[in-house]
Design a protein around this ligand. Structure first.
Ligand SMILES: Cc1cc2nc3c(=O)[nH]c(=O)nc-3n(C[C@H](O)[C@H](O)[C@H](O)COP(=O)(O)OP(=O)(O)OC[C@H]3O[C@@H](n4cnc5c(N)ncnc54)[C@H](O)[C@@H]3O)c2cc1C
Length: 416
């Protein structure tokens, strides 16, 4: 079934009897060419591109819960390509280009909204760093403008420009950035993959790997053994636990990240705004809720909920940036598990086990990367070679000293 305006009108006048489920619910087959573990954004996007761009039909995605139950449905929905390092910037720009055509490509409304992002700067040194980042963005075609205080004031007059501790001096603006409806992205990729013959198997937890003579032969699951020539792991916050079943220890820690939504308000925030003197980012959903977040919890955890010190820290960031937020009432908050790598950048690579491939270490930034991550992982699985924009995302870069430390924070995952 294809979605279109015509289809919506036809269903409206015929009693909405023609809609069909977005995907099938198949039983697992005994064997696939490629099995993807994890039905989050990255796993589903990988399966979609494997089928669509690389002609692989015998593919299954195994998800321990329901599709989209992990971070893909829990994030603050920000998409952008405003990175600095040559190993990162072209990859995230590739992702932005895929976002721009995504809804047409998988024929699903994911509410991709390019309403822009402003990263505020508060010191001269920070302005210089943003200028450098803006130049790197221009090199990959990502665009971007450095706004001075007056230009910024015209766009977002409600910020606290003269805060005694954190005066706002300007911002780095990327007009092509924005937001997308996170679960719509998961559903769109799932539907697109299912339409092309991929089996999406929910309530199917991978409990072990069958490895013989250094090569993966398949996976043990809660629904029995499933044989596969290649296995791709894309389980985000569960990366350490899943790869440990294959005997591998990753340069990744898992931490909780919380998100918050206020009651619905009239439109006030034009795009995404990030505070440069603390960690606070905010946008406004189409329903009117202010959607915001801050730092991860400082300790390792696999819990999908946060605690009060971070709630207080995020509220303080919001109040310092835009005091009017103090009058909005909080509607909901929740947590997801972040796979924090040692340098803050991701890994898309083969592993020492033949036929076993890994995708993870996305930290805070995996949602915006979903299309490029899926495409690059599909490229690696199908061809055995890394995609041109993802050659830096090697698993062994930590041993070789080729780090991609965008924030310059060192090997302290909770600071990335
Ligand atoms: C609160 C919050 C805010 C965020 N905000 C942003 C943002 O604004 N912009 C941005 O770019 N990024 C953001 N992120 C990060 C982004 O959401 C993640 O990096 C990205 O979604 C991770 O990839 P994924 O979608 O594949 O993960 P997930 O959706 O977590 O998918 C992994 C899946 O693997 C499954 N799984 C785990 N173990 C097994 C097993 N043994 N067998 C089978 N399945 C298994 C899980 O159930 C899960 O569904 C945010 C994250 C959070 C939590």
């Amino acid at each position: 079934m294809r979605f279109s305006g015509f289809r919506v009108i036809r269903e409206a006048v015929t009693g909405h009897k023609g809609w069909t489920p977005l995907w099938r619910n198949p039983a697992p087959k005994p064997q696939y060419d490629i099995v993807i573990i994890g039905g989050g954004g990255h796993g589903l996007a990988t399966a979609f591109y494997l089928a669509k761009a690389f002609g692989q039909a015998r593919v299954a995605v195994l998800e321990k819960g329901w599709l989209g139950s992990g971070n893909i449905g829990r994030n603050t929905t920000i998409i952008r390509s405003n990175y600095l390092l040559p190993g990162n910037q072209p990859f995230y720009e590739f992702s932005m280009q895929l976002w721009e055509g995504l809804e047409q490509e998988f024929n699903f409304n994911a509410m991709v909204s390019q309403r822009g992002i402003i990263n505020l700067f508060h010191t001269d040194a920070q302005r210089d760093a943003y200028r450098r980042r803006g130049n790197a963005m221009h090199l990959s075609g990502a665009g971007g403008q450095l706004l001075d205080r007056d230009a910024l004031r015209r766009m977002v007059p409600f910020l606290n420009y003269d805060n005694a501790r954190f005066p706002i001096k300007g911002g780095l603006y990327q007009p092509r950035a924005g937001t997308a409806r996170h679960d719509g992205v998961a559903w769109g990729y799932a539907r697109g993959a299912d339409m092309r013959g991929v089996d999406l198997i929910q309530n199917c937890e991978v409990t072990g790997f069958r490895i013989e003579q250094g090569a993966v032969r398949g996976v043990e699951t809660s629904q029995g053994f499933i044989a596969a020539g290649k296995v791709g792991v894309a389980v985000a916050g569960s990366s350490g636990r899943v790869m440990a079943m294959a005997g591998l220890r990753l340069p990744i820690e898992s931490h909780v990240l919380q998100a918050f939504v206020s009651e619905g308000l009239k439109p006030v925030i034009p795009g995404v705004i990030t505070f440069g003197a603390g960690h606070f980012y905010i946008s406004q959903s189409d329903k009117g809720g202010l959607v915001f977040g801050g730092d991860i919890d400082g300790y390792n955890s696999y819990a999908q909920r946060g605690n009060l010190p971070v709630v207080e820290d995020v509220a303080e960031g919001g109040m310092a940036l835009m005091p009017m937020i103090g009058r909005a009432r909080l509607l909901r908050s929740w947590g997801g598990i972040m796979d924090m790598s040692m340098d803050g950048s991701p890994i898309i690579d083969r592993t020492p086990v033949d036929g076993l491939f890994f995708n993870g270490g996305w930290c805070y930034g995996g949602f915006k990367a979903t299309p490029a991550s899926g495409f690059a992982f599909a490229h690696l699985l199908a061809t055995g070679r890394p995609h041109a924009t993802a050659t830096a995302y090697r698993l062994d870069r930590f041993a070789r000293g080729h780090l991609l430390d965008e924030r310059g924070a060192g090997a302290q995952p909770n600071l990335h």
